[in-house]
Design a protein around this ligand. Sequence first.
Ligand SMILES: NC(=O)c1ccc[n+]([C@@H]2O[C@H](COP(=O)([O-])OP(=O)(O)OC[C@H]3O[C@@H](n4cnc5c(N)ncnc54)[C@H](O)[C@@H]3O)[C@@H](O)[C@H]2O)c1
Length: 247
Amino acid sequence: MNDFKGKTVIVTGGASGIGKSIAESFARKEANVVIADIDEMKGKQIEEHLNQTGLNCLFIRTDVKNETEIKELITKSFESFGAIDILINNAGISKFHSFFDLSVDMWDEVINTNLRSVFLCSREAAKLMKQGSCIINLSSTRAVMSESGTEAYSASKGGIAAITHALASTLSEKGIRVNCISPGWIETGDYESLREIDHKQHFSNRVGKPEDIARTCLFLAHPKNDFITGENITVDGGMTRKMIYEE
Ligand SMILES: NC(=O)c1ccc[n+]([C@@H]2O[C@H](COP(=O)([O-])OP(=O)(O)OC[C@H]3O[C@@H](n4cnc5c(N)ncnc54)[C@H](O)[C@@H]3O)[C@@H](O)[C@H]2O)c1
């Protein structure tokens, strides 16, 4: 039996990269997929392609920094399909700035795109979600490890890991599960151009692919996995477990 058939799944940032792979994976499972993204051209292309292949996809142009647009996204999704079963808060920007040049505007752009959007999309969707629904947030291994000059991005991802367990607690009353995924290096560009050294620095001996994250979303959203909530699953080929001594 196909457990996702006819379910409504909203994927923010679903027009490219990891979000696109997540959207396609749920569409192939015969879910109604809503892609919410600022990239109208790519979003519409995917919508058209999936619908032409007999699958169900609706693109709704949404800037996840904007509260009004988020409210419209949730209302239109609900009106189109009659339910919201799965919300995947994937939209994000990875802008890194030198710390002493980091302005309030730059900080706000990253925090509002990556973190505030999770709060707003979850709040609006959860108002309409029924028991058995779930929310999946995209954090990052940068929530727990760092390079220099990544303050805003790392803070946004740490915030996502934290809001995940807070929401899991609050929304348990409504029977809504909330989890997050912390991807490591997921190559969304030209995988073939990666070097041997890029792959070999992982226990898995390879860099990650968007499908690795899409499969984790299918696992977390599966109704049989309803004992998993408030959790943060790291999908990084073992990179955060690797001990490094420089000689
Ligand atoms: N790729 C990685 O290695 C990696 C690692 C850890 C975490 N992540 C996280 O996974 C998520 C997806 O990353 P990705 O690599 O696929 O990114 P990407 O840049 O390839 O895609 C991001 C998508 O989000 C959309 N987007 C950006 N700002 C938006 C806004 N304001 N409103 C709506 N949509 C917006 C973009 O148009 C794009 O389609 C992000 O949250 C990212 O932080 C990625």
